[in-house]
Ligand binder design. Structure first.
Ligand code: ZN
Length: 394
């Protein structure tokens, strides 16, 4: 457990991307929130007992938001032995992630929404802001209270529905009527509870691609913003469909999974570059890690031949790769910060500005997370609380 955060902290000489480039600034932090952000701030009065840290011009960005994480562990496609254990708060902090959205995937049978809610709250108690989605791959949806609207109205951390699978051999192939009804429940649940109310959809390798979403939009009066398909970079043709859907107003999510050069898909940095070069709205792309999820390969009989486990660290890796490939930091950052904050309705997250959470990442010279401040507390490279960073002499 982290020690209680300093009430007053002053961070000097931070090269801030907020995500827009602000140059070298000082940040005053009071009770875990940014109280001021400007060049050469005055020191706090002595009675504040503030802790000053000189960041010596290091790069500082908002803590990343990872909107698709199997926080209780995903997997299970290769039998119970392939179930992946829960992800710790240290794992996220070490990866520069300050906010996560947890969900269930293929295994929404032995894994439950109740377990997901419990682990979401535990992460939140450890300074990683955590939310979750109700449901999973299949219909009828797995829920805690018996309905999407009930889960959203009564459970504070439940902000939407997902990851419901379509166009995948593991999906239960919801009909158009079922898809529209679930999306409507997510939307109305969001209106009732003041939350995002999105339907986050796992898109598989199936040939139907995004067709079920297009049909749902054409046959209902639901806003396009309710639908949030993920893994849209897994095939190149699917990615083109995603650009079209974003032009219609739906946010689309790129997954930072490994894509080999000879595969028919775009690695996340390439997908980001292609998206930003298109005429799709810049604020409708998000990137997530699928952390804790299983990345299985299947043979033609639908059996698992091998699998890897996705790591939250992939998000920072993809950000760095995009910047190394020439995307300006302030252009790459929104898809990991301000865009997911808006899509998932996370007020106060994703940007460094007065009044927002003091959730930030200090990057090293290679643009990888070196330390994070979450809710006013410093955490070191391994994600554990790091009181040494409270002084100037570390
Ligand atoms: Zn998925």
């Amino acid at each position: 457990m982290a020690e209680s955060p300093a009430m007053f902290s002053l961070l000097r000489n931070a090269r801030v991307w907020a995500p827009e480039a602000l140059g070298v600034c000082d940040l005053a932090v009071v009770n875990g929130r940014i109280a001021a952000l400007a060049p050469a701030l005055d020191s706090f009065p002595s009675w504040c007992n503030a802790i000053e840290t000189d960041l010596e011009g290091r790069t500082v960005i908002p803590a990343l938001i990872d909107g698709h994480v199997h926080i209780t562990g995903g997997g299970g496609e290769a039998g119970p032995g392939s179930r992946i254990p829960p992800l710790s708060a240290e794992t996220f902090r070490a990866a520069g992630i300050g906010t996560v959205v947890g969900l269930l995937g293929t295994d929404d049978t032995t894994r439950t929404t109740g377990d997901l809610v419990a682990w979401t709250r535990e992460l939140g108690a450890q300074d990683v802001s955590a939310y979750c989605l109700t449901g999973g791959y299949h219909v009828p949806l797995t829920t805690l209270t018996g309905s999407v609207r009930g889960d959203m109205a009564w459970i504070d951390v439940v902000i939407g529905v997902g990851e419901l699978a379509i166009s995948d051999h593991r999906s239960s192939r919801p009909s158009n009527e079922e898809l529209v009804r679930i999306a409507a429940d997510a939307h109305v649940g969001g209106l009732m509870s003041g939350k995002a109310g999105i339907l986050h959809l796992h898109i598989g390798d199936g040939p139907a691609g995004l067709d079920p979403i297009r049909k749902a939009l054409a046959s209902s009066d639901l806003p396009a913003a309710v639908f949030h398909p993920t893994h849209v970079n897994r095939r190149k043709a699917l990615f083109e469909e995603a650009l079209d859907l974003a032009r219609q107003g739906s946010p689309v999510d790129v997954t930072a999974f490994p894509v080999a050069a000879d595969e028919d898909g775009w690695a996340a940095p390439d997908a980001l570059i292609r998206y930003l070069e298109s005429d799709a709205p810049d604020d409708l792309i998000t990137m997530t890690s699928d952390g804790g999820g299983c990345l299985p390969a299947f043979d033609t009989d639908g059996q698992v031949t091998s699998y890897e486990v996705a790591a939250p660290r992939a998000l920072a890796d993809a950000f760095r790769a995009a910047v190394v490939a020439g995307v300006p930091i302030e252009t790459a950052l929104p898809c990991l910060t301000t865009n997911p904050a808006r899509v998932f309705g996370l007020v106060g997250k994703g940007a460094l500005e007065r009044g927002k959470a003091a959730d930030l990442v200090v990057l090293d010279d290679l643009l990888m997370p070196q330390r994070v401040m979450l809710g006013g507390t410093w955490y070191g490279p391994d994600g554990t609380a790091s009181p040494r960073m409270r002084s100037n002499d570390d």
